[in-house]
Structures are given as structure tokens and as C-alpha cells.
Design a protein. Structure first.
Length: 117
């Protein structure tokens, strides 16, 4: 149980400096993706489909996003001083759906203003 809790909580990177990313890709794409990103460390979860990626330099955000996009995956920056937003740009169709839901459930814009912009 302790091992699974450590993986779930990403304890391997808890006391590190730099950017921490959560990547979601097809499990078969994970090892090649990580191998293409030098000077990073990875922890695999979900059979390789979720990758917790540590970038000590906090400067590889664009390369990480590009590599993940080529696989059809998704990359979210959880921490680190990268110049990219935490979330990738939304697909225009998805963005319209999100805006419609937000307008419906939060018409006054009180909940997390600007978070997904």
C-alpha cells in the first residue's frame, strides 16, 4: 500500500526543484517520449499512460508540449517557472463547450477567474 501511495502522491519528486509535468499518452508511447526529452526524470503510472515528468531546468516546456502533442497526448505543468501556461491551448470546439458550461454554471464569473484562459 505504501508503494502505491508514494506513486499516487508523486513523492519521488516532492523535494526537487524545477518543473513537474503530468503527461497523459498512450501507454506504448511513453518510453519513446521520455527518451526524446534529455535531462528529465520520469515516473510511470497507469501502465505507462500517465507520466510524471521532472524537468530540473524548468526550460523544456515547449519541447515537452511539442513531443506530447505529436503522440496525441496531453501535458499539464503542475509546478515550475516555465514561461508557458499550465494548461495547453484548448481545441477550439472544446474551448467553446467549456465557455458555455462556465457561463451556465458560473454566470457571474466568480469561480477561478482566468484559470483556463
Amino acid at each position: 500500500a505504501a508503494l502505491w501511495a508514494a506513486i499516487r502522491d508523486v513523492r519521488a519528486f516532492a523535494d526537487t526543484k524545477g518543473a513537474l509535468w503530468c503527461l497523459s499518452v498512450k501507454p506504448g508511447d511513453g518510453p519513446g517520449l521520455v527518451a526524446s526529452l534529455p535531462d528529465t526524470q520520469a515516473l510511470y503510472d497507469w501502465g505507462g499512460g500517465r507520466i510524471w515528468l521532472h524537468d530540473p531546468s524548468s526550460k523544456q516546456g515547449a519541447a515537452i508540449r511539442d513531443a506530447v502533442a505529436r503522440t496525441g497526448g496531453h501535458a499539464t505543468r503542475l509546478r515550475g517557472a516555465d514561461d508557458l501556461p499550465a494548461f495547453p491551448p484548448a481545441n477550439p470546439v472544446v474551448a467553446r463547450l467549456e465557455q458555455g458550461l462556465k457561463a451556465r454554471f458560473d454566470p457571474r464569473g466568480l469561480l477561478n477567474p482566468g484559470l483556463m484562459d
